[in-house]
Ligand binder design. Structure first.
Ligand code: UT7
Length: 344
């Protein structure tokens, strides 16, 4: 979906919030149980620490906490819809969003999940923005939440070192006052030919769960293929979004990219010709939290955003899927305190 330069009615971010669970897993912890080192993980990925759910804790629990924080930040107790982006729903069926909506006291509003793996938040934000632009809704709660600890193979050093659990949320809607700041263009894409590069092969209708059978229900990723494809797709979708929005790369104040690997973020910045100092880096503190990664990074970096700052968001994930979006930081968020990560 591609927008045209700034003809949209303003749809903005009314509040944000983030949450990570309490089980802290450092590189030193992983070095004790896997054939890896703190030095390899730090140099090749940039991740230093990630968080896992406690036993019994789920994606829905993380989504509720992040959603509560975003609603509080937006000063809202009601929304018109809830969209949860996740690859690790509480159950294969039903979707996680209706329970999240109910637990947040949002009643019986429409609520559904979006599955676009690490691009999930951008996909969900584009849906929410379209709902509001069309007049169908005035506010939508979007949550990106994942508990990859539930699908990681604990013996697979190529994935266990990167991923962590978390949730980030945004209330998307119209401001009460006329506000020219907010979401601009969304540019999204997918390539099903590369579906098996990032996958949980078993448990669906093609590789069914049968008694006594090896399900292959752990997450698998062809890391180096994904690395190159992520750099290419994030760069080209950013270029498309910039062109559609009428921004030059030099106009961009902050790049909030999917937090998979510091080397991917640096490569995209280099190809776009955006200084590395404008790239938000949050993965060192929480790892790759999949659908939560962009809203968690936004939440963490928000104290340094100023009203009117031009933000370029971009992601790549399983499917494969990718996307980029433009966001002008709204003035109402500049003066408020955001709760993110493990803030109380
Ligand atoms: O979130 C959705 C999108 N996901 C991504 O964007 C992730 C993209 N991929 C990556 O971030 C990187 O490809 C990885 C971090 C997964 C792997 O890093 P890499 O630099 O691409 O490593 P590689 O797969 O090319 O492997 C290089 C070497 C191999 O050893 P040999 O064959 O050269 O002896 C691996 O076995 O590094 C080895 N290796 C490790 N060594 C120590 C792979 N993982 C580890 C590890 N510790 N954890």
């Amino acid at each position: 979906m591609t927008g045209s330069p700034r003809v949209h009615p303003p749809v903005t971010v009314l509040g944000i919030g983030g949450y990570v669970p309490g089980v802290r897993v450092t590189n030193a912890d992983l070095q004790r149980r896997l054939d890896t080192t703190d030095q390899w993980i730090t140099q090749r990925t940039g991740v230093r620490v990630r968080y896992h759910c406690a036993p019994g804790e789920s994606t829905g629990d993380l989504a509720v906490e992040a959603g509560r924080r975003a609603l509080r930040h937006a000063d809202r107790t009601a929304v018109d819809a809830v969209v949860v982006a996740t690859t690790t729903p509480d159950h294969p069926s039903p979707a996680t969003a209706p329970a999240v909506a109910k637990r947040l006291g949002l009643g019986t509003v429409p609520a559904f999940d979006v599955q676009a793996v690490c691009s999930g938040f951008l996909y969900a934000a584009s849906i929410a923005t379209s709902f509001v632009r069309s007049g169908w809704a005035s506010t939508v709660l979007v949550v990106g939440a994942d508990a990859f600890s539930s699908i990681l193979d604990p013996t697979d050093r190529t994935t266990a070192v990167i991923f962590g659990d978390g949730a980030g949320a945004a209330v998307i809607g119209r401001d009460g006052v006329v506000d020219e700041l907010g979401w601009g263009t969304f540019h999204l894409g997918s390539d099903g030919d590369a579906a098996d590069w990032i996958t949980v092969p078993g448990g669906g209708s093609r590789a069914r769960s049968l008694p006594g059978q090896e399900f292959g229900e752990f997450f698998r990723m062809a890391g180096s293929k994904v690395f190159q494809a992520a750099v290419d797709a994030m760069t080209s979708s950013c270029r498309s979004a910039l062109r559609a929005e009428g921004w030059r790369a030099s106009d961009v104040d902050h790049v909030v990219g999917h937090q998979a690997n510091i080397r991917i973020l640096r490569a995209v910045a280099h190809l776009l010709d955006v200084p590395e100092s404008r790239v938000v880096v949050h993965l060192d503190r929480v790892g790759n939290t999949s659908a939560a990664s962009i809203p968690l990074a936004l939440t963490a970096a928000s104290p340094r955003f100023r009203a009117g700052d031009k933000i370029l968001l971009t992601a790549f994930g399983g499917g494969t899927t990718w996307g980029a979006a433009t966001l002008v930081w709204p003035s109402r968020l500049s003066a408020t305190t955001v709760l993110g990560d493990n803030d109380e």
